[in-house]
Design a protein. Structure first.
Length: 119
């Protein structure tokens, strides 16, 4: 299970950096994704980073969010800039498997970290 942290209350236009920590060196061999779930909505994958550090983003966050990894620290980050109210959600991280063009979570879900964008 991975542990997400770094959420909080931020004003529109602000920034936050989320961290996803693993207990072992799984990030060096697995893709990792950041998901979010807003109230009343389904959980969605917003960013992923592969073992070769290639990245992919949902259209809703492209150009504003950046995912990165530090294998030595067993940590994956999500830098979120230009936040708006639609980014308000609980954010989760998970390792990912793939079946071609489809990515899916491999592990169990942790508690996530709440990001609230509000003035």
């Amino acid at each position: 299970q991975l542990q997400a942290s770094g959420g909080g209350l931020v004003q529109p236009g602000g920034s936050l950096r989320l961290s996803c920590a693993a207990s072992g060196s799984i990030f060096s061999i697995n893709a990792v994704g950041w998901y979010r779930q807003a109230p009343g909505k389904q959980r969605e994958l917003v960013a992923r980073i592969s073992s070769d550090s290639s990245t992919n983003y949902a259209d809703s966050v492209k150009g504003r969010f950046t995912i990165s990894r530090d294998n030595a620290k067993n940590t994956v980050y999500l830098q979120m800039n230009s936040l708006n109210s639609e980014d308000t959600a609980v954010y989760y991280c998970n390792t990912l498997g793939t079946g071609g063009s489809t990515w899916y979570p491999l592990g169990s879900w942790g508690q996530g970290t709440l990001v609230t964008v509000s003035s």
